[in-house]
Each structure stands twice: as C-alpha cells, then as structure tokens.
Design a binder for this molecule. Structure first.
Ligand code: EPU
Length: 343
C-alpha cells in the first residue's frame, strides 16, 4: 500500500521525540508501490528515513519524508554452513536479529537492541561489541531514482568505514533508495566476545547459541543505554575520535599529570590511528549529567544526549552539543563529530 500524508507530526517517528512535522510523509510497503511514487510532484527535498533513531530534526521539515514498509526475511541460498538471507529495508533490525537467533544463525547477535531498520543499518554501518553490519553485508539492493531501475550495489562499492558509507557520504542527493539487503550468516559456531566486558558478563555461562550472546548484549545495553521509549535519545550522539599517536601521547601525559602515574586512558588501536572513547573525554570535562534546558548528557553513558524533560527543543539539544564540542576541544584539542545526522 502507498500512503501519502501532508503536514504529518513526526514526534512519534523520531526517537529523540522532537515535536516537529514534515510537509509530506510517504510510506510504501512493496516495490510496486515504490515505483508508483511521482517523486517530482512531492514537496522537496525528499529524504528517506528509517526508524528515526539516528536523526535530529533541527526544525520542521519542508520536504517529504519517505519511509519503507518493505518487510520480509527470505533465505536466498545455502552452501555448507553459510546462509544468504535477504531482508526488506523496512524490517526492524532487532527483529531480524531475533529471527536469526531463532534459526541459530551467527553474525547479527552482537548488534542486538540497536534501534533502527535494515535499510538504515546499511547506510549507517551500525556497529557494537566488535561487530559492524558491513561484516555480514554481501550486497545492497536499491531503486536508482535517476534511471528508475532496480540496481544492486556490491559491498565493496558501498565504501564502508566507521559509521560511514557511500550512501551517507557520496549519495548526498538520495539517488539510491535501499529496498533490501543481502546478509551472509553462518551455522558454524562463531561467537565474538572480545569487546569490552562482553566475555566477563558471560563468564559463568556457556555460550551454546547466538541467543546466549544476544541476551548478554541486551543486558549490557539495558544497564547503560536509555530506552528511547522512556527517555528520548538517538544512541551515541558523537563518534569516537581517531587520534594520531602524537595527540594520544599528549592526552595520556595530561591524564597522568592530573590523575596520577597509574591513570589509564582507554583506547583501541585502529587502522588509521588510535580510537579514544568520546565518553571518556566528555566525562573528564565534567559534563556527565549536565543539563541545558530540557536536554541533558546521560548520566550512565555521556556519549548519549537525552531529551530529559520530554519537551527539549532542537535548539537546546544543539546548544548542549556545541558546549560539549567546545569543552572537549578546549581541554583535549580534539574535535568531536556528531554521529547523529542533523536534518
Ligand atoms: N566511558 C567512560 N565513561 C562513561 C562511559 C564510558 O569513560 O561514562 C569509556 C570507558 O572507558 C568505556 C569506553 O568509554 O570502556 C567505551 O564505552 P562503550 O563500550 O560503552 O562504548 P562507546 O565507545 O561509548 C560504542 C558505540 C555504541 C556501541 C558501543 C558498544 C560509537 C559512537 N558508539 O560506544 O554504539 O553500542 O560502542 O560497542 O561508536 C550507537 O552508535 O548509537 C551506539 C550506542
């Protein structure tokens, strides 16, 4: 079915619960319906949205919000232990994980409880607990709006990086609309437990199946991340910065001089430098729990900005964002970049 609504309230469609609206909202639940849309006749610009879990609306949106309701999970092929699964872009990612765990297929379980939908996961390259969705993506199926034909984009051409992709960086015009994603999952026993405290949370339990890992990830996330249904938020607000060795050593020296010779600076070596948790920097600036109007830095995980009053305005969230960026820059000389897209 194709649904077109004008002046639609988006409060319940963005996890920050911003009270904003869009001039037009279009939802389709099949390829046939997608082809029926006359894009040129819609209020411009046209922006595709997933679960609204990584977006900050900075004001009412003058254009059209498109949303996929394409929901299917289909076994595409099976070779030995490997299964290729095609999933519609409108499927809630966590529902797909739940399905994969009931089929005892490994690959998605570390991403449990990340909000959002399958199409958006391939745009954002969502990641958690040592896994990024690019690790299991084979290819992405899209409607190319320019030629109005279905096309397939292989993973190599998606240019995936840390929360980065071709769709996010290069396809600024929104030419490609993701209709489904092909994932490679496996029946072969392959838990990935090396990130942070995952192994220690599981220590007295044997991992038999993907669901055991899923349960542990859910327990960790529930303990420190706010549930958007209770407290509006968009998950991590900032990306973790990647520092040069020089920057890292300077911050390490500062940390030791401020907090003693044994003070530890958490970090992870990555391809192009050293990743330091933005949460650690924000905490060191004394911003944990900081409130500006209706917006606040979440007490248990300062990488998350929350709509604390339920009535926070976009301006208040942006003022808090600015304060954090400026504070971290002044103390550490590091520029934080938002992970959340501003619209
Ligand atoms: N930390 C502090 N103070 C705090 C909280 C954390 O110093 O109050 C430091 C600790 O050293 C901790 C480190 O930050 O060890 C890392 O924290 P955590 O493992 O919670 O993860 P993160 O780096 O803050 C990233 C992702 C999350 C993902 C987790 C787990 C980004 C921007 N965020 O956060 O993703 O769930 O790792 O893999 O990469 C999201 O993208 O919305 C999201 C929640």
């Amino acid at each position: 079915m194709l649904t077109i609504e004008y002046n639609k309230d988006l409060s319940s469609l963005n996890t920050f619960s911003m009270k904003v609206s869009c001039a037009c909202y279009v939802e389709y639940d099949s390829l046939e319906d997608l082809f029926k849309i006359d894009f040129d006749s819609l209020p411009q610009p046209v922006k595709h949205m997933g679960g609204g879990s990584n977006l900050l609306f900075t004001s009412d949106f003058k254009g059209t919000i498109l949303h996929s309701g394409i929901k299917f999970i289909r076994l595409d092929a099976e070779h030995d232990d490997e299964c290729l699964i095609e999933v519609g872009s409108g499927v809630t990612f966590d529902d797909f994980i739940d399905w994969a765990c009931s089929m005892r297929l490994w690959g998605t379980e570390n991403l449990s409880l990340i909000p959002g939908e399958v199409g958006a996961s391939a745009v954002q390259n969502i990641g958690a607990y040592g896994v990024e969705v690019k690790d299991i993506i084979v290819r992405v199926n899209c409607l190319d709006r320019k030629i109005m034909e279905l096309v397939t984009i292989e993973k190599a051409d998606c240019h995936y990086g840390y929360r980065e992709s071709f769709f996010k960086n290069e396809d600024k015009e929104g030419r490609f609309i993701i209709t489904s994603v092909l994932f490679r999952l496996t029946r072969e026993y392959s838990p990935r437990l090396d990130y942070g405290n995952l192994r220690s949370v599981l220590q007295d339990r044997t991992v038999y199946a993907p669901r055991d890992v899923r349960d542990a990830v859910i327990a960790i996330r529930n303990a420190k991340l706010p549930d958007p249904k209770q407290l509006g938020n968009a998950g991590s607000f900032f990306k973790n910065p990647v520092l040069t060795r020089g920057q890292f050593e300077a911050i390490e020296a500062m940390n030791r001089s401020e907090n003693g010779p044994d003070a530890v600076l958490p970090h992870y070596e990555v391809e192009n430098g050293i990743k330091v948790p933005a949460a650690w920097m924000i905490e060191r600036c004394g911003f944990k729990g900081l409130r500006l109007g209706g917006a606040a830095v979440y007490e248990k995980q300062p990488l998350v900005i929350v709509n604390a009053s339920g009535e926070a305005t976009p301006e208040e969230i942006i003022a808090l964002e600015r304060k954090i960026i400026d504070g971290v820059k002044a103390k550490f000389g590091v520029e934080l970049h938002p992970e959340v897209e501003h619209l």
